[in-house]
Write a protein that binds this ligand. Structure first.
Ligand SMILES: NC(=O)C1=CN([C@@H]2O[C@H](COP(=O)(O)OP(=O)(O)OC[C@H]3O[C@@H](n4cnc5c(N)ncnc54)[C@H](OP(=O)(O)O)[C@@H]3O)[C@@H](O)[C@H]2O)C=CC1
Ligand SMILES: CC(=O)N[C@@H](CCC(=O)OP(=O)(O)O)C(=O)O
Length: 345
């Protein structure tokens, strides 16, 4: 089967190329660019020399739909909302990495992204692809909206608690940190070297566009869930997200019961690894991989649950989960092309 990647010159696109070039059932059919048509991908990414010398092609939705079995749109928010409907209407099966098709409430999208919402008919049929918690079979789905990086880490960490209705959802606080590749390839005044080196920054305080996405999906897991406190920080590292989450526990709960619940919840999920009680994951332990490592514990003095969740933002937080969703869409083993160990140290 054949895959096409739009936005191949970005970080998410480059990661899709890395994952797809060694996939057992898909070949990389074409890469597409809005600004570098005709250039070799190695002009943008010399590390892909000998891996793929293919040329970047223009974005022609009709042609892509005719030639490829699946299309990844690793394009910015506001671009996907225009591009994805063209592809869907031309008959493509699409996995979109942007935030454009995640929020079902278009008013919320316009408020948090400050952009025009996508076509409602296309949006209605988009399936939110948090793979481990998909409620439906996606083998017939035409459009998957791949979750945001922070929501992936946060929701995988909170889902067992929410599903079992263990903690008061109103008490949940999500404190998150990310590596700088989360901001994409272009340096900005916030992310360039002298700003980020030897520094730790809080940003988008109470204004992060992933807040409504997390709330929407928390409510799907537990209708009692409402507004959440969510803070985001930039850390001087390339890849990785750590979310540390807190919730008030009911009386009488033990750390062991919580760990047992998490281990049971994820016993059939290859990519979610729940740590033994008393051990905590770090971002390096998932670097370059599709794993999400979790630990859960209880502070007996405050009766507060603490969950730690780590992912690689470019893999489980973007391109890896997108490939996992593609595997599900095509009814093949969800681990295909993804069952490799993290890069360590
Ligand atoms: N980085 C991360 O960790 C994560 C990113 N995402 C989301 O994935 C998407 C891709 O992110 P990322 O790769 O980091 O971003 P980058 O900024 O690194 O790359 C985005 C690419 O989109 C292409 N592009 C820009 N404008 C247009 C346009 N008008 N039409 C078509 N293509 C365009 C550009 O390629 P060209 O100029 O060659 O067309 C660019 O290389 C974004 O929506 C992002 O929010 C989601 C989760 C995590
Ligand atoms: C470090 C950094 O800036 N990270 C980005 C991650 C979000 C992203 O990738 O955008 P989507 O909304 O399309 O998921 C941010 O915090 O906005």
């Amino acid at each position: 089967m054949k895959a096409a990647v739009i936005g191949a010159t970005g970080y998410g696109g480059a990661e899709l190329i890395r994952l797809l070039q060694q996939h057992p059932s898909f070949t990389l059919h074409s890469f597409h660019s809005s600004s570098k048509e005709g250039e070799s991908i190695t002009a943008s990414y010399p590390h892909l020399e000998t891996v793929s010398g293919m040329e970047l092609e223009a974005i022609d939705s009709e042609k892509i739909a005719r030639d490829a079995d699946v299309v990844f749109t690793a394009t910015p928010s506001g671009v996907s909302s225009e591009l994805v409907p063209e592809l869907v209407n031309a008959g493509s099966r699409v996995i979109d990495l942007s935030g454009d098709f995640r929020l079902k409430d278009t008013k919320q999208y316009e408020q948090w992204y400050n952009k025009k919402a996508p076509d409602e008919a296309i949006l209605e049929n988009a399936v939110y692809g948090l793979t481990e918690w998909l409620e439906e079979d996606i083998t017939e789905a035409q459009l998957i909206s791949n979750p945001g990086c922070y929501p992936t880490a946060a929701l995988l960490g909170l889902a067992p608690l929410l599903k079992q209705n263990i903690a008061d959802p109103e008490s949940i606080i999500i404190d998150a940190k990310t590596g700088v590749s989360g901001a994409g390839k272009k340096a900005t005044p916030v992310t360039h070297f002298t700003e980020m080196n030897d520094n730790l920054k809080i940003y988008k305080v109470f204004a992060h566009q992933h807040t409504p996405e997390i709330e929407q999906e928390m409510a799907r897991l537990n209708p009692e869930a409402g507004a959440v406190t969510f803070s985001t920080h930039l850390v001087p590292m390339t890849r990785g997200i750590m979310t540390t989450m807190y919730a008030q526990a009911p009386d009488g709960m033990t750390a062991k019961e919580l760990t047992d619940l998490y281990q049971e919840s994820y016993k059939d999920s290859y990519f979610v690894r729940v740590r033994e009680e008393g051990t905590y994951p770090s971002t390096k332990e998932v670097y370059g991989s599709n794993f999400c490592d979790l630990s859960v514990t209880l502070d007996e003095r405050t009766n507060r649950i603490m969950i730690v969740s780590v992912i690689d933002n470019l893999v489980k937080g973007a391109s890896g989960q997108a490939v996992q969703n593609m595997n599900r869409m095509f009814g093949i083993d969800e681990k295909a092309g993804l069952a490799f160990a993290p890069v360590y140290p």
